[in-house]
Design a protein around this ligand. Structure first.
Ligand SMILES: Cc1ncc(COP(=O)(O)O)c(C=O)c1O
Length: 408
């Protein structure tokens, strides 16, 4: 469908072996890992014991270059910007978890998004959901637009709007649930439209992680993660991943990745592999705590409204049940006390930390209007607080919210 452009056969052939990721993995394993359950793949996909030493944990290969037996003859690696064994193990693991075929690990979530935006040329149209991570909006409005790429922001959570998407769109970019309003977008429905009109559909799946949602299975062409968040889980790595299940898109992404070099270093790749092993356990606990906290917040007199897809009061609760296999750990809530109440509350937490970012084991709270979404063209209300529910003891968390909310 999308023919790689301006790339010669030799550009691809040079290290094309590196993009044959899932095929590689299934050839190596006696039982194809892609037939195994998520938690088995999170621990084993791409991670064979080291054939030389038997080391169970994937070695960190720091070498930037690799010996060749004759010019152009090597063991699949020639230079670490192009491909690196530790990074490749991570990419195979992530391809497997997102049910894709190829993944590209990047130095941050925005580096991963930027790799995908390379598909857009001046004069082409990008349609994006308007409730989006602030940094993605900044790329759209302050980097892509000045380059002559047309950007149209729409409310894609309203299914009636899908038919209003211009047919000449090149790419649709969305997050579901959206950030910070926790609206859901019907990915399958949008993908029916994009397939009909030959539009690329890219989904930022950071909030759900591959454990709770697989956009490629719902018809998306490309999935992006800020791996800084749930995939890392410990707020100690900045990383991003792009995954696809289409060879033509993978060839193009591989070409840009090796040519532009936004790649993840070996040590961070190792840390991320280590974190992903516990992703299923962490996600279940994040969700359990978030659901209980959401119910608790709904009962507090200071709270005007709670936004969490696991609540029956969420207008798209039925879509959540259909599209996701869990509700995740993110929630937002409006206070009656406006900006003053929100600031008072945010300044009063004792266990939750006031900080940007999300997805770590520790609970984080923030004020989107003046922090993550301050430069958004549609900043959220001043009374809104966003919570990344951690995996602490839920009674301690409720107690912390209870004391922080007093008088807000
Ligand atoms: C949903 C979402 N996408 C992308 C990003 C960007 O990721 P990074 O900070 O790893 O560059 C973020 C960061 O907060 C995010 O929340």
């Amino acid at each position: 469908m999308f023919k790689p452009q301006n790339i010669s056969d030799s550009d691809i052939a040079l290290n094309y072996v590196d993009t044959l990721q899932i095929e590689d993995m299934n050839k190596k394993n006696k039982v194809p890992l892609n037939k195994k359950a998520f938690s088995t793949r999170a621990i084993h996909a791409g991670q064979e014991p080291d054939p030389h030493t038997g080391a169970v944990m994937t070695p960190i290969t720091l070498s930037s270059t690799y010996a060749q037996s004759a010019p152009g003859e090597h063991k699949g690696y020639d230079y670490s910007r192009v491909s690196n064994p530790t990074r490749k193990a991570l990419e195979i693991c992530m391809s497997s978890l997102e049910e894709g075929t190829h993944a590209f690990a990047c130095s941050s979530g925005v580096a991963a998004s930027s790799l995908v935006f390379e598909f857009l040329k001046p004069g082409e149209l990008l349609v994006a959901e308007k409730d989006l991570y602030g940094g993605s909006l900044r790329i759209l409005t302050k980097i892509l637009k000045p380059r002559g790429i047309h950007v149209q922001l729409m409310d894609l959570s309203d299914e009636d709007n899908i038919l209003n998407i211009p047919k000449n769109t090149k790419m649709i970019w969305l997050e579901s649930p959206t950030n910070p309003l926790m609206k859901l977008i019907n990915i399958e429905k949008i993908s029916t439209f994009t397939k009909k009109h030959n539009i690329l559909l890219a989904v930022d799946n950071t909030f759900m992680s591959p454990f709770f949602q697989n956009p490629l299975q719902l018809g998306a062409n490309i999935v992006v993660h800020s791996a800084t968040k749930y995939l890392s889980g410990h707020s100690d790595i900045v990383a991003g991943i792009v995954i696809t299940n289409e060879k033509e898109l993978a060839e193009q992404l591989f070409f840009w990745s090796k040519s532009l070099g936004p790649v993840l270093p070996p040590f961070d790749s190792y840390l991320l592999l280590r974190s992903i092993k516990t992703l299923p356990v962490r996600m279940r606990r994040h969700e359990k705590n978030a659901l209980e906290l959401a119910h608790f917040l709904e009962k507090q007199k200071e709270v005007k409204k709670v936004l969490y897809p696991g609540l029956k009061s969420h207008p798209q609760y039925n879509l959540a049940l259909k599209q996701m296999s869990g509700f995740g750990g993110m929630l937002s809530f409006y206070l009656h006390g406006g900006r003053k109440g929100a600031f008072k509350c945010l300044n009063s937490f004792q266990i939750c930390t006031l900080a940007e970012s999300l997805g770590g084991v520790e609970s984080l709270v923030e004020h989107p209007a003046s922090m993550t979404h301050a430069s958004s063209p549609h900043p959220p209300a001043e009374s809104l607080i966003r919570v990344s529910t951690g995996i602490e003891d839920i009674e301690d968390l409720k107690e912390d919210f209870s004391q922080a909310l007093k008088g807000c």
